[in-house]
Write a protein that binds this ligand. Sequence first.
Ligand SMILES: C[S@@+](CC[C@H](N)C(=O)[O-])C[C@H]1O[C@@H](n2cnc3c(N)ncnc32)[C@H](O)[C@@H]1O
Length: 421
Amino acid sequence: MTRVTIDALGSGGDGIAMLDGQQVFVPCTAPGDEVEVSLQTARKGGGAAKAKATTQLVAGPDRVAPDCQHFGTCGGCAVQHLSADFMADWKREQVQAALGRRGVDGVTVAETFRGGPGRRRRAGLTAQADNRGAVRLGFHARGSRELIDLRACPVLEPDLARLIAPLRKVLAGKLAPKESARIAMNLTDTGVDIQVEGAFAPGPDILMDLAAFADAFDLARLTFTGGSMGEVPIATRRAPTLEWPGLHVVAPPATFLQADRQVEAEMQRLIAIASIDARRILDLFSGIGTLTAAVPQKAEVLALDSAPDAIAALRAGADKARRTWLKTAVWNLMRDPLIESELKGHDLVILDPPAAGARAQVETLARSDVPRIVYVSCAPGTFARDARMLIDGGYHLASITPLDQFYWSPEIELLAVFDRR
Ligand SMILES: C[S@@+](CC[C@H](N)C(=O)[O-])C[C@H]1O[C@@H](n2cnc3c(N)ncnc32)[C@H](O)[C@@H]1O
């Protein structure tokens, strides 16, 4: 056994200690902890090693008791053992550091907008049968394909967490040995929407039991997808709808939703402020229109996304609200980014790309004359790369706010406003 002191938290949420002049990553430890560790991965070529904490000798000042019985084994939450204050500051520092690595210094990063437990409204679970048909349902264990059979999940909205045990019961005996299914749960404003996805054709027994489950738990909708059957609606009791003021959108099954409703509301508030004078707006990577919903209702908006179901849902919502000046199109912005002439005449561009960022689109934006850009990102590293390009193109990073959308996880969301100088 070796005794180490944890000096810092790594970007993946593991504690970092120095041992014989080299970094060692120790999961579930906190800065200031003194722990005994057993080394798990040999240091090859001077790279960082991984170790397991075996005995806690001294607790660091920011360590707290984790809420969840599965913490430590479940791959869902990596930093439940750290105080909310520490994590909020740490996320802010991570944003600052990502910018610093790209030479973007002297920017004031705002305080982190706080997250909290019981607020996650999206979950992707896996169900898997063992050799005797008994079903495990949960998230994968840390760094492994093994499934954690979830008994509780305090990070989820209670309306989702309460469904885990009954769903396991419904699936018990229905999956063939070793067969698995993916369960996507979304909590909309009109109720829970569940998509069960499997590479098998569901028999009548599973369809009937799932329909009864949807009734018993007042789900908005339940669908099955996969196998030779494509998408099968099992129960639609209400249209699962996002009810933003002036725009109601019926969510496609398993669609992208911002993961925390309070964070979404804060994003929309910041976008409402940034777009107050905008008349012609582009919402790039729009999904079902979460951010479009925040801009002035009289503004002319073109919303683009590569997901046809998301764009169809936004189109239907815009038509129902008679927002004819809200245009939509299915568009692959990585392959065909808008060029300068297409950007011309817009006074605001909102972009919210996947974690890979939006390098191709930002290259043309950096050369454009769009006066304001709002960039929402779930990956500070790619955001900082894109921010560097915008700044080199003559934009000023006017504000940047970390949003703790992924509570108890080291993932970081942020919203930044750039103005053309
Ligand atoms: C982080 S989500 C943002 C969604 C939306 N802004 C919202 O708040 O609900 C990223 C979106 O990028 C879309 N996307 C992924 N790759 C894309 C591409 N190559 N071109 C256009 N959109 C893409 C996804 O379909 C998804 O809707």
